[in-house]
Design a protein around this ligand. Structure first.
Ligand SMILES: Cc1ncc(CO)c(N)n1
Length: 230
């Protein structure tokens, strides 16, 4: 384990080491593997993008709440920039991909989100509105870190599939990786300021979000619908 001058590992490394089996399970997901080799059924990908549109609408609100809770001007500026980037970068990606995969983004926005989408965004919104800034950052970290890791892995050998290649390259981009590094540095800084109780909650929310990341792709692979409907 790499340690700093004080002999303690950065907090994000502690988070990573405690969650290794979940990371491995994410890399093994059929959804992730099949995007990577270009064989994923387009119906599953379209379902994923639809749920991700609904997810990102809430995620941007969580980041805006980070700006409200920010303890320094630099941290406030970072959250405002990231919240704006969700619209600028990811929504543009979705709006570009949507017509190519038969998806109407405006119609998607009128739909009720699927069960895992609701569970994940409700978790993030609850932490954002009842927790500390450290808790919020720990909860949103998997959103950044998982996509950066998956993007990086899949970009090593890009599939022969225009849509999946474009999606992978968005998350393998230096711009996205810079925003991930900013969140990692922030979680490390806030963990050094946090007491034992807050650090325990940071671990808990990080792990919960990481599991929801796994579930979000699993939900899309199964194109899960609410089991009973009116
Ligand atoms: C579910 C989910 N998590 C993380 C990201 C990356 O921001 C995303 N687009 N969707």
């Amino acid at each position: 384990m790499v340690t700093d001058a004080g002999g303690t590992a950065p907090f994000h490394q502690e988070l990573e080491e405690h969650s290794r089996p979940v990371w491995d399970a994410i890399f093994e997901l059929p959804f992730v593997r099949e995007v990577g080799d270009g064989t994923l059924a387009l119906e599953r990908f379209a379902y994923f993008i639809a749920q991700d549109v609904l997810y990102l609408d809430q995620f941007a609100r969580v980041l805006a709440r980070g700006a409200t809770l920010a303890d320094t001007p630099a941290t406030r500026e970072m959250f405002l920039r990231h919240a704006a980037n969700v619209g600028r970068v990811e929504e543009r990606l979705h709006e570009d991909l949507a017509p190519r995969i038969g998806l109407d983004v405006e119609a998607v926005r009128r739909q009720e989100p699927a069960p895992v989408t609701v569970a994940y965004t409700d978790h993030l919104l609850r932490v954002a509105h009842t927790g500390t800034l450290g808790e919020l950052v720990a909860a949103v970290l998997p959103c950044y870190w998982v996509y950066a890791r998956v993007g990086e892995r899949l970009a090593r050998r890009l599939p022969d599939h225009d849509v999946y290649r474009q999606w992978i390259l968005a998350y393998a981009s230096p711009e996205f990786h810079r925003s991930v590094d900013e969140q990692l540095a922030l979680v490390d800084r806030l963990a050094t300021l946090a007491g034992a109780d807050e650090r325990r909650l940071m671990h808990q929310w990080f792990l919960r979000s990481l599991r929801y990341e796994w579930m979000f792709w699993d939900q899309a692979y199964r194109t899960l619908r609410w089991p009973v409907a009116p």
